[in-house]
Design a binder for this molecule. Structure first.
Ligand code: HEM
Ligand code: HEM
Length: 166
């Protein structure tokens, strides 16, 4: 990922996928517990709240959609690259790169462990659930950094994920 081509900006499809994935990941984090309720009810043979049943089905579909969207995003990233990071200290640049890599790792590992837990290896459910705090920490760090650039440094960084570059 480090030696990818350098562009002047993210493309319209990279930007669309970034925000689509944000919305889908937030949905999973907010409503994911319905999936846990559904799995528990099935194990115990107890009744499941109908709204939990619907949200659990959506959890699977949205999870697959995230996996598909991130696959396309990784192909675009590897083929077309990304704009260079804005000038800052080596430490912050490394932190930004590590955050982005960690996001891509989670975006693949969390749905894959979910699929494995649901159909093949139920004990992986606990590993899958660790995705929740991991995502929350990364999102807090990443969103705070984006807002710090935009509002404090005023270097227009947020615009790179809003307006396609040429
Ligand atoms: C990026 C995609 C996904 C995210 C962010 C995500 C997130 C979550 C969250 C937050 C929970 C609830 C954790 C809790 O109760 O504290 C959960 C549970 C669960 N998810 Fe996902 N999920 C994703 C994709 C999937 C996929 C594709 C499947 C496949 C069927 C899946 C299957 C499950 C299962 C089986 C549970 C219950 C685990 C258990 O109770 O042992 N998830 N997920
Ligand atoms: C689920 C939540 C999120 C995920 C998974 C995510 C993921 C990512 C990833 C992987 C990148 C690196 C793109 C690349 O170079 O390949 C990125 C860039 C970016 N994200 Fe997010 N993001 C999330 C939420 C947000 C939010 C809430 C904001 C704004 C407050 C934001 C603003 C940005 C910006 C401005 C960039 C471009 C950084 C640059 O130009 O170097 N992201 N995001």
């Amino acid at each position: 990922m480090m030696q990818q081509p350098v562009t002047r900006g993210y493309s319209a499809s990279q930007i669309a996928l970034h925000w689509l994935i944000v919305v889908m990941v937030l949905f999973q984090l907010i409503f994911g517990e319905s999936m846990s309720h559904s799995v528990r009810a099935a194990r115990r043979g107890t009744a499941l709240d109908p709204s939990d049943a619907t949200l659990a089905t959506l959890h699977i579909w949205v999870g697959f959609a995230i996996l598909a969207a991130v696959a396309i995003r990784l192909v675009l990233r590897l083929r077309f690259g990304a704009p260079p990071l804005p000038p800052s200290s080596a430490l912050l640049g490394t932190l930004a790169r590590l955050t982005h890599i960690a996001f891509y790792v989670l975006l693949v590992a969390v749905p894959v462990t979910g699929i494995l837990a649901y159909w093949f290896i139920p004990s992986l459910g606990d590993v899958h659930e660790l995705g929740k705090p991991a995502f929350i920490v990364l999102i807090a760090l990443h969103a705070a950094a984006a807002l710090w650039h935009q509002l404090w440094l005023r270097d227009g960084l947020l615009l790179r994920m809003l307006k396609p570059g040429s």
